[in-house]
Design a protein around this ligand. Structure first.
Ligand code: 13P
Length: 252
């Protein structure tokens, strides 16, 4: 079964409005739907509406928020709801990024609620998982990621689960320039797919897109994306430069 190939760009807390929109225009001008890759742009929330408007008629480009609140609405000063995101043309929400887990104390229980809220609102979660260096060195990375998935998304019905994109991002590879080797990426992606198969069966497992994240660059994207269970990338730094991100999109 063929899976959706995805190149997602997580801008994190970078860019001004003008620089961000110039980047989007550049990416749009240099990619087409014929490449068969879904490009997902995740700018900071203040730029989401402007970015969504720029790509509204580009079927191969979608827009993701980097976070959302778990409640439907109400007195949560400073927060952004799923309904708000939906109303401005956002389709996906990144949840459980290691930076949210580490700096904002987001744990699996909270993330499960956010996942539920995103799906209930009709948007699609990009659920991040991944281990720290000490966890990998202790050879506990597979069980660590299994627990993140168990507690974060495996409570979903098969129908809801089939809307989830998974991003495996080993923390030791994020922003460090140290990319997981293609074997390390493939091994973990195969493990993750096996976990999905155990819970939801082969059909769901074979159709779930699993992205790799952590120092993806034009120089390594091709070999990573060529792995049997790597369906694309969640890209940080290299998604901030149009030529690099376009090269990554064209690496499948
Ligand atoms: P880098 O590509 O900068 O390592 O960031 C990866 C990431 O965290 C994407 O969400």
């Amino acid at each position: 079964m063929s899976r959706q190939k995805i190149a997602a760009g997580n801008w994190k807390m970078n860019k001004t409005l003008k620089d961000g929109l110039d980047l989007v225009k550049d990416i749009r001008a240099n990619t087409t739907s014929e490449e068969g890759v879904l490009t997902i742009l995740a700018p900071p929330s203040v730029f989401l509406k402007a970015v969504a408007e720029l790509v509204a008629d580009a079927p191969h480009i979608r827009v993701a928020a980097q976070n959302c609140h778990q409640e439907e609405g109400g007195a949560y000063t400073g927060e952004v709801s799923v309904e708000m995101l939906k109303s401005i043309g956002v389709s996906h929400v990144i949840l459980g990024h290691s930076e949210r887990r580490e700096y904002f104390g987001e744990g699996n229980e909270l993330l499960a609620r956010k996942v539920d809220r995103v799906l209930a609102g009709g948007l699609l979660p990009i659920f991040c998982c991944g281990e720290s260096l000490p966890t990998r060195e202790a050879e506990e990375h597979v069980s660590y990621v299994a627990q993140q998935l168990e507690e974060g998304i495996f409570h979903l019905s098969a129908e809801d689960f089939s809307k989830v994109v998974i991003a495996y991002e080993p923390i030791w590879a994020i922003g460090t320039g140290v990319t997981a080797s293609k074997e390390q990426a493939q091994d973990m992606h195969r493990e993750i797919r096996a976990m999905i198969q155990k819970h939801y069966g082969s059909e769901v497992a074979e159709s779930t897109s699993i992205l790799y994240g952590g120092s993806v660059k034009p120089a390594n994207a091709k070999e990573l994306f060529a792995q049997a269970d790597v369906d694309g990338g969640l890209v940080g730094g290299a998604s901030l430069k149009a030529p690099d991100f376009v090269a990554i999109i064209q690496s499948f």
